[in-house]
Design a protein around this ligand. Sequence first.
Ligand code: SF4
Length: 70
Amino acid sequence: MSPKAIWFKNIEMELRNGKKKLLKLPHVEPELCIGCGICENKCPVHDRPAIRVSSVGETRSATNQMILKS
Ligand code: SF4
């Protein structure tokens, strides 16, 4: 479904040799995430995935929330 919870921010980075490289930095919108775990399961980073899906926000518990209200 769109919009997806994961999106990429394109940034241009300068390398040591002065050349520019376009990077796609992944971001997750917590409000859109349904906790399916596909991103963790299919993460291309070897060994441990670069993202972890937890039960935070799975219930309507006020104490199990990732985004804390100030
Ligand atoms: S857990 Fe599922 S919905 Fe949430 S960011 Fe990962 S792939 Fe997207």
